[in-house]
Design a protein around this ligand. Sequence first.
Ligand SMILES: Cc1cc2nc3c(=O)[nH]c(=O)nc-3n(C[C@H](O)[C@H](O)[C@H](O)COP(=O)(O)OP(=O)(O)OC[C@H]3O[C@@H](n4cnc5c(N)ncnc54)[C@H](O)[C@@H]3O)c2cc1C
Length: 307
Amino acid sequence: MNHDVIVIGGSYAGMAATLQLLRAHKTVLVIDAGQRRNRFASHSHGFIGQDGVNPGEIAAKARSQLQAYPTLSWIEAQASAISGQLDSFTVTTASGESHYARRILLAIGVADQLPEVKGLAERWGQSVFACPYCHGYELHRGRVGIIGSNPMSIHQAELLTEWGQVTLFVNGALAVDDQARGKLEARGVEIEEPLIDRIEGNADVVLIDGRTQRFAGLFTATRTSPASTLADSMGCVLEETPIGIQVRTGAENKTSVPGVFACGDLARVPHSVSLAVGSGAMAGAQVHRSLVWPDTMLPVQASIKSA
Ligand SMILES: Cc1cc2nc3c(=O)[nH]c(=O)nc-3n(C[C@H](O)[C@H](O)[C@H](O)COP(=O)(O)OP(=O)(O)OC[C@H]3O[C@@H](n4cnc5c(N)ncnc54)[C@H](O)[C@@H]3O)c2cc1C
């Protein structure tokens, strides 16, 4: 079957886009691998109407509302390749099935590269976080530890002083020069140079010198990159941001490949559910408009080189 649009990634951004397209009577196939970025967290904060709700519940409710529209198809699968061109794309899944559409919308999100600290990965989304607006308030202005990972850790440590008393663990991951040290100290940030041995308990940092520091919660600045290689393997231009790599899009959510659009964390910074939903809603309308006025489908920023 030939669909108007294949949306790859059926989380917040992809579903927000799909809703607009379904409401414009378009046929939409969503292909989703079910690996939402916030699947490690038990509560989602900062999205109006859903503050504190389990992120899986938010997604499940959205999906059930989409399923009321007869022009939706949905498969749970990993999209492994996209070929073709404007008006005749083929998406192949990992199991070898082929699906066809006039437009492609990429909403595949990003993956977080976590610092290699023993005990950190298993606490990710529970007591170790990246976004203070999402998880800072619940720490009740207690002690906050920053696990150093890259130069953004300095910015993160400064900002987190709005949420509690901050200690920055450099952990051999970044250089804190005199200027940075001055800024951190001006905001009351304590700086720890010894390496971290492990994280244990809820958010206890054990240093190799034997000391243990106990915190209400920990933060780390992750590097992000597209959750799969679909975009770059089909030639979409990527770009570097302060926190990682994303797909470059113009104001209309177009990528550098005609007929291929992108939205959500994959295509913008900063990242949150609200912003992903807003980006997806905009992308859905833009994809629809490209079907109404195909002569606007010139590639944007095609001269920009890959990151
Ligand atoms: C630990 C943690 C906690 C967070 N907490 C909050 C919070 O409290 N509040 C908040 O606003 N934000 C929070 N965020 C940020 C939020 O999770 C993201 O901004 C949001 O999920 C982005 O939505 P998205 O739809 O762009 O991408 P995602 O939610 O990451 O969804 C991408 C979807 O695409 C699918 N996919 C990827 N590749 C393929 C492929 N090749 N084929 C098929 N499907 C594919 C994935 O499986 C996934 O279902 C948190 C993030 C993390 C890491």
